[in-house]
Design a protein around this ligand. Sequence first.
Ligand code: FES
Length: 356
Amino acid sequence: MAQHDDGGTTAATGSAVVRSEPPVAKSGTAVVPSNAFENPGLPPHRLRATDLDPQKDRIAERRVYTLFFLSIVGSVFAVAAYVAFPLVPGDTNSVRLNNVFLGIGISLGLLAIGIGAIYWSKNLMRGDEMTESRHPTRGTEATREQAVEIFKLGNKESGFGRRTLIRNSLIGALVAFPLPAVVLFRDLAPAADPVPQLKHTMWATGTRLTHDPSGTPIKAADVTIGSVFHVIPEGLNDKEDRLEQKAKAAVLLMRLKPEDLKISAGRESWNYDGIVAYSKICTHVGCPVALYEQQTHHLLCPCHSSTFDVTNECEVIFGPAARPLPQLPIAIDSAGYLIAQSDFTEPVGASFWERA
Ligand code: FES
């Protein structure tokens, strides 16, 4: 015979266990407690200074709408600061100034709304606690009417309808607050139409091909068979937006035996004695194609393994790229330096832009 925690007893017969008595609920484990205490209710409501003194009520009201007006000033200040302290590429001081003043304006806009709302609810809205019993999600018609009444009462007690300066200044602050965000997000868009910018690069008739990153011009005689050069257009290093320009104009230069090149009609003059230049920007999603297999004349993109056949105008032979790497038509100038005949004849980079 065994005694259990719940008061029941069991007798073991062989391997079977038989309960001899029904369980008895112990005090403290029953669903309905026998010693329920009375609801103490809410503490008595203490009237605030603003409830007792109309003068203090007016002062509190003034503070609240002053805070909301301050919020408007903060939001407008943020917009003005963003325009007055523009971001200058490469100038960290301009970034610092822009961020500091923008931060001050946005912080003021947010803080003043928050403090104003809390101060309003603590000092001017009705202060005594109210409780409401739970009810079904959709109330009866009578309940709904009562809710409307309560809403009206709340409106009356909070003074939202009556204290017009507070109400209007709050609406003004909430309308003004998103303005900095609108201005900031608007400026994230490119200043000019991106399609022409992406369709054209720095390459133009007569632009010399130079070593990346030194910018030293390349002579055709220096390009031996099997070699590969990373190339940028002459003058790129002097550009303010050199990184953006490089992202479009980077080129790979290789020399093959002229008889190894398969050349389509119209492109016969685009290479110089087996020296060919192709965009380095992968036509899949724009990674730099940087691996050249000298034996197979394949160019590999390290991102998703697209493989381009240099002997066949950089046709895609493997991977997700949808079109060949664009070819840069080249020639030599009177001093023997390699030059571009023109810009690329098609957009470089991800195929998406070709459809624009
Ligand atoms: S970016 Fe080159 S294969 Fe994806």
